[in-house]
Ligand binder design. Sequence first.
Ligand code: NI
Length: 203
Amino acid sequence: MKKIVPLSVMLALASPMVIAHEEGDFFMRGGLASVMPNESSDNVLNTGELELTNDMQVGLTFTYMMTDNVGIELLAATPFTHDVSTNGLGKIAEVSHLPPTLMGQYYFGEADSKYRPYLGAGLNYTTFFEEKGFGQLNNTEVELDDSFGLAVQAGIDVEVNEDWFFNASLWYMDIDTEVKTSVGTFDAEIDPYVVMIGMGYTF
Ligand code: NI
């Protein structure tokens, strides 16, 4: 009796190994990014420290793999907006910012691993804009200094097929600023966690 190997089995055996990330790859991730401030500040006129709300926006990362394990990544996003308040004064301002972050990353595993967890370290630049006074500071000028600081990161990419992968990542950013208002200038550390969940595409 002749044994016939079905064509589909032959094709499956012959199909090339799927590669997750390898040297020379350029990929982009997009998803929802949430900035969760871990703030502390001067006491504002004995009404408490400045408190900031969380905000979720669209996050994008662009990564180039220099080797199978080392990547360089730039984080970009649509602007984040936070309400600023103190316990005693309630909401006193609204601020928007962009936190572009450049990371050097190490990806664990091999180029053909389905799961590529990674760690990164780098620099964050945060620029604040559209600062607006509210409540007690209504119609007064509020200004936040831009910040330049360290950032660290952990994440994982899970291969879906040759082009697409799933991603979850977490950053911790050192964002320190001076909040200048009509009632005084206050040092504030925003130091947020940023969580992003989304999909990636390899070009
Ligand atoms: Ni800080």
